[in-house]
Design a protein around this ligand. Structure first.
Ligand code: AHR
Length: 653
């Protein structure tokens, strides 16, 4: 097997050593006649946070950066030429800035603006791009701008490759729109705007360019499709540390993310500066992808929305002074935000926030069922802050399930303190986070086997297998995630939700990796971890089936040949998932109850010759699951799982 001569971690070497000393026939006994715990529809889902340019420059289809001139430096993302002034008495109260384009002073000079987009503006030949702008002619009469898509590095005759004139009239602000249809593809274009008649001043605000094929005019099509194809049962949003803010002023305030997009104030994005070695000085949150867009997308892709709100604690990684947080007795506005969000999602159109939802285009409720309070919080501060939320929410909305946090660590002091606290406060689910190395994933197959069945349910809200030191997406990490997930599935009575993290990353704008889906301005790529999530989502099943080897759950334990396994029933179908983390092919006997009458249908195999590589934008299907034949029927069916592979066996009655 190519590449296996590379140095493996101690954990893999151990797994291989175990494999060498064990028999290669592994008898898996599966009780198909006594279905166990139901698997929740919410079991496998997604977690969206605006990190790695996931929103602006990513899922949010807007191609213009700083479209409303609201960044702290009003012309960030723009190059102004000629006579451009930024003014701040515009038509949108919470976004007051706009650009005034005036006579450059000479007939041969030009006034205008270039926008650089997010790492350039990606456009494709033959597609339509919708340009819109709020504008007025302050002195009245007729004005015009010329809008172009251009490439300043172009070696051709012209820099521009498509242009349109936008005519405007009168001193009242109005929205104007034109379509641009480029005949060439360019991943790195700019948007250029010229004042057409230098003697007529025009004012421009909220300058937007959106691909005509954006889903609902909001979501970048290929990225939204990559989410839909996961069949996610739960959709956690908007973070993550984003929720908390580096300080309370910059926490995610959902009320700023709803209503007309033109009037949503921007927020800083903490991922601009969190890692100075991956610094992005013009990373802000436009809130164009706000809470309405979150609820709408949840509905479109069939997920239960799970909003996370600030509990009044600013990011504790960055604030160890108590003054950084809201004192418990002053939490009421934060609690009201939570109550108002439920009204926004579920309230009648005769309520204040329900009416806004209707005005935005969705009179029917979004049917919100879950709400998380706090992200990675810790110490006594957290239960103290959570408690008044729980009291108020239980009183006003007993139907809403509350998600609490177990802090940033997968175990240890804070984790051990917070779990009992969450139980004491009556949280319905507890969010656990683990970005952990190979040996952790290899050792956690039985993690949930002995959890308290009487307490809150588990939400594995952020997890990914990380190599030690340099971190990147690669097959071996994804395989260990697949192995670990057999333990989630086997414990579906207590594990009700699981979401990999982070979700998205722009190849030129990432701060954190590995991530589930990568993209540039025109292309996207689904990682092997995406395929693992997709397989679990697609073959989720309805009930857990008991699966054992020598009477024990198959958790990669000593003597189990590096195998992790679980089984579920789905109507007349049975899915058996087996991750083989050893370096040897393994023979299996899938043993069923005598009367089961099952026959093999197919197997889906995910494996790679290149353990430390992943799909790429140039080769997006290098490592994908492959369907293979699988035959046999009756009480015992022979099967094989290749070394270092993840296989799903599909059987039918
Ligand atoms: O997923 C990236 C970050 O990891 C999240 O914002 C935070 O919750 C965790 O520390």
């Amino acid at each position: 097997m190519k590449n296996h001569t590379r140095v493996l971690t101690l954990a893999v070497v151990c797994a291989a050593a175990i494999a060498c000393t064990q028999s290669n026939l592994n008898s898996l006994d599966i009780d198909v006649l006594n279905p166990g715990a139901p698997i929740q529809p919410t079991m496998y889902g997604i977690f969206f946070e605006d990190i790695n340019f996931a929103a602006d420059g990513g899922l949010y289809a807007e191609l213009v950066k700083n479209r409303s001139f609201e960044f702290p430096y009003a012309l960030q993302g723009w190059k102004a030429f000629g006579n451009v002034a930024i003014r701040e008495d515009g038509p949108f109260e919470r976004c007051p800035h706009y650009a005034r384009l005036t006579d450059p002073g000479h007939a041969h000079k030009q006034t205008g603006l270039d926008n650089e987009g997010f790492f350039g503006i990606g456009v494709e030949a033959g597609k339509t791009y919708n340009f819109s702008v709020w504008a007025r002619v302050p002195d009245g009469g007729e004005g015009a701008i010329r809008v172009e898509l251009a490439n300043t590095a172009s070696m051709g005759e012209d820099q521009f490759f498509v242009q349109q004139t936008v005519n405007m009239s009168g001193s009242t602000w109005k929205k104007y729109q034109v379509e641009l249809k480029p005949e060439i593809t360019d991943p790195k274009a700019i948007l250029r705007i010229f004042l057409e008649n230098p003697r007529t001043t025009v004012d421009l605000e909220h300058i937007s360019l959106v691909p005509g094929d954006a889903l609902e005019g909001i979501y970048r099509k290929d990225l939204a499709q990559a989410l839909a194809d996961l069949h996610p049962g739960i959709f956690r949003f908007p973070g993550g540390c984003i929720v908390e803010g580096t300080d309370l002023e910059t926490r995610y305030n959902w009320k700023n993310s709803v209503g007309p997009v033109e009037n949503r104030p921007i927020n800083e994005n903490r991922w601009e500066y969190t890692f100075p070695h991956r610094f992005f000085p013009d990373y802000f949150q436009s809130y164009g992808l706000g809470f309405y867009e979150f609820f709408l997308l949840s509905e479109i892709i069939g997920s239960e929305p799970l909003p996370i709100l600030s509990c009044g604690l600013a990011c504790q990684f960055q604030n160890d002074n108590p003054e950084a947080h809201v004192p418990v007795k002053e939490l009421q506005p934060y609690i009201q935000d939570a109550l108002d969000l439920i009204e926004f999602a579920n309230g009648g159109t005769d309520t204040k926030w329900g009416a806004l939802r209707a005005q935005m285009g969705h009179p029917a409720p979004f049917n919100l069922k879950y709400l998380g309070i706090g992200n990675e919080q810790w110490d006594q501060l957290y239960p103290d802050h959570l408690e008044p939320f729980v009291e108020a929410l239980r009183k006003a909305h007993p139907e809403i399930k509350i998600v609490g946090s177990s802090g940033p660590d997968s175990e240890g002091k804070q984790f051990d303190f917070l779990w009992p606290e969450m139980k004491r406060l009556g949280a319905d689910l507890v969010d656990e986070h683990f970005y952990r190395p190979y040996d952790w994933f290899l050792s956690q197959g039985a993690r949930y086997d002995n959890y308290d069945r009487q307490g809150p349910k588990v939400f594995a809200g952020e997890y990914a297998c990380h190599a030690t030191g340099k971190k990147w997406n690669h097959f071996y990490a994804s395989l260990l995630e697949a192995a670990f997930m057999t333990g989630l599935e086997r414990n579906a009575d207590i594990v009700h939700m699981a979401t990999y993290a982070p979700l998205f990353a722009h190849v030129e704008g990432w701060q954190w990796r590995p991530d589930l889906i990568w993209y540039d301005n025109l292309r996207s790529m689904r990682t092997v971890s995406w395929h693992v999530q997709q397989l679990y989502g697609q073959y989720k099943g309805e009930n857990v089936l008991k699966l054992t080897m020598d009477g024990k759950a198959v958790t990669g334990a000593e003597g189990q040949n590096g195998l992790f396994a679980s089984a579920v029933k789905d109507g007349d179908l049975v899915y058996v998932k087996v991750a083989n983390t050893s370096e040897q092919d393994q023979e299996l006997a899938l043993n069923f109850n005598e009367e089961s009458g099952l026959k093999a249908v197919k197997r889906i195999v995910l494996k790679s010759e290149e353990l430390y590589e992943d799909n790429t934008l140039d080769n997006p299907d290098a490592i994908v699951p492959v369907e293979a034949s699988f035959t046999g029927n009756g009480k015992s069916i022979k099967a094989e799982v290749p070394a270092l592979s993840f296989t799903i066996f599909v059987l039918s009655r």
